[in-house]
Design a protein around this ligand. Structure first.
Ligand code: FAD
Ligand code: 2HG
Ligand code: ZN
Length: 486
């Protein structure tokens, strides 16, 4: 993606020079924590989709909050722009520089600070890898209240800065509820610290909420305090085939009613997503892709295996009797459970099979959720652009899947090239479509760079002004993650 036609470099920012690097070297005093080598910079300059690419000449990897503070103070004073970066798995181009912004990576701040095994409150550095946090919690009988396909790479601070949703939001709720406190360095050098262990605290504005989902535009999150639930003793996964989107919704209603307190995930995938994933993984589909238009993954998590097994089997029996479920599998062991999850979790990566992908992450009232995929597919077909087997067509396929339980659809348009022509077919069409249904143009991935010009499709002028006021107040020089959505 080239930026030239979308955004201009801000001449008010300072260009990095040797003096600056000398200063940062004195702060970090470890050669490994400063990256200037062109080859080594590549990872930090390019996003996970290989769609957005900046030209930063410097990556800083502080080890302490004090070092972050000194870096930010210097950058603010000298108007050097900064991009805070976690695991760089974000999907909206928010985690990489647009031009020459300095990348501040949290990778070296990866310690568990404390864990209370009575309350389940974990306090950790922002650079702790999500999977490492969850493995630590597992040893103590607890679970991180968020899980997603990028868990092996993304950081706790990164998911908080994004307010990521993930696969079990249905069960554990949003990070706005489970994060109890944060530590963050603000652009003026203030250390905001609310690393409390308090479940309830009604003493004025809940300030941490501003940073949750701020996408690096207000400050650098350095620490997170989060409430973690007990790890479920019994987990079941069922993978089902249904013959219509109508049936997906009916099974969802049934699952909430019959599985109630043990339901921990309800995900859906269209057939096209499964065909792409089968090609990507080089595996046979567990049920037979091409046979049914929609698949559902249901997970239950509870404390008593017999109880949960019985409940799930009765539920599936009822759904089949009602003619809502056509075929299905229940995982018989841990290996099968993981492999069934793969057919859902690997779709995101499978969508890049043609070389590129346009991703739309939307909230729409459930009844209309899948129509967006149908209408977008029709538009691409009309333009003569799409064919999964014909390499001369620019688009491989438009697929739909996501978190039905949260009213969150992922529309992925898998492409063989990034082009203006494809983009013009998709945008603003998709955003207008969502606005007409009173949906949100970002359910969980954020706005980042991708949606910087489209915020108005989901937020009113008054709301946008309030966002700008807050940004200007805390970051008057605009050094924090510039050129993105604010
Ligand atoms: P990055 O990508 O590095 O950064 C994301 C944003 O946060 C950037 O704007 C960055 O500037 C900012 N940031 C990062 N760290 C800090 C910090 N310490 N302080 C301030 N700002 C910071 N998302 C979902 O919601 N649900 C999913 O199910 C899901 N599944 C995914 C599956 C895959 C395979 C992939 C690749 C991504 C998925 N995502 C999902 C996207 C999700 O946004 C990221 O995985 C995660 O939230 C980003 O974490 P990160 O540490 O990689 O942050
Ligand atoms: C998921 O739910 C992630 O798998 C990624 O949010 C979705 O790649 C996507 O569009
Ligand atoms: Zn998702």
């Amino acid at each position: 993606e080239t930026y030239a036609d979308k955004v201009k470099w801000n001449p008010e920012f300072k260009k990095l020079d040797d003096e600056d690097i000398k200063y940062f070297t004195s702060v970090l005093n470890n050669a490994n924590d400063i990256i200037t080598d062109e080859q080594d910079l590549l990872f930090y300059n390019e996003d996970w989709m290989r769609k957005y690419k900046g030209q930063s000449q410097l990556v800083l990897k502080p080890r302490t909050t004090e070092q972050v503070l000194e870096i930010i103070l210097y950058c603010n004073k000298n108007k050097l722009a900064v991009v805070p970066q976690g695991g760089n798995t974000g999907l909206v181009g928010g985690s990489v520089p647009v031009f020459d912004e300095i990348v501040l990576s949290l990778a070296n701040m990866n310690k568990i600070r404390s864990f209370d095994d009575v309350s389940g409150i974990l306090k950790c550095d922002a650079g702790l890898i999500l999977e490492n946090a969850d493995n630590f919690l597992a040893e103590n009988g607890y679970i991180f209240p968020l899980d997603l396909g990028a868990k092996g790479s993304c950081f706790v601070g990164g998911v908080v800065a994004t307010n990521a949703g993930g696969l079990r939001l249905l069960r554990y709720g949003s990070l706005h509820g489970s994060v109890l406190g944060l530590e963050a360095v603000l652009p003026d050098g203030t250390i905001y610290n609310s690393m409390h262990s308090l479940r309830k605290d009604n003493t004025g504005y809940d300030l941490k909420q501003l940073l949750i989902g701020s996408e690096g535009t207000l400050g650098v999150i350095t620490g997170v305090s989060i409430l973690c639930p007990s790890r479920p003793q019994a987990v079941n996964v069922a993978f089902l085939a249904v013959s219509s989107y109508e049936a997906v919704q009916k099974v969802f209603v049934g699952a909430r009613k019959e599985l109630l307190e043990i339901l921990s995930a309800f995900e859906f995938m269209d057939d096209k997503s499964q065909i792409l994933t089968a090609r990507h993984l080089g595996l046979e589909h567990p049920i037979e892709s091409g046979q049914y238009p929609f698949y559902i993954l249901i997970e239950t998590s509870g404390s008593n295996k017999d109880h949960d097994d019985e409940k799930l089997e009765t539920f599936l029996g009822n759904m089949m009797e009602e003619g809502l479920v056509d075929d299905g599998i229940i995982a018989q062991d841990e290996t099968q459970l993981k492999s069934l999850w793969t057919w859902r979790e690997a779709i995101s990566e499978a969508s890049t099979i043609g070389g590129g992908v346009y991703k739309y992450d939307v909230s729409i009232p459930l009844a209309d959720l899948y129509s967006l995929v149908e209408d977008t597919s029709a538009r691409l077909k009309e333009a003569g652009m799409v064919d999964i087997d014909d390499d001369s067509k620019p688009v491989v396929e438009a697929i739909g899947y996501g978190h039905v339980g949260d009213g969150n659809l992922h529309l992925n348009v898998s492409v063989r090239e990034y082009s203006k022509a494809i983009e013009e077919v998709l945008e603003p069409f998709v955003y207008e479509w969502i606005q007409n249904k009173k949906g949100s143009i970002s359910a969980e991935h954020g706005l980042g760079f991708q949606k910087k010009n489209y915020i108005g499709y989901s937020k009113s002028d008054v709301e946008i002004e309030m966002i700008k006021d807050i940004k200007n107040h805390y970051d008057p020089n605009g050094i924090m993650n510039p050129y993105k959505y604010v």
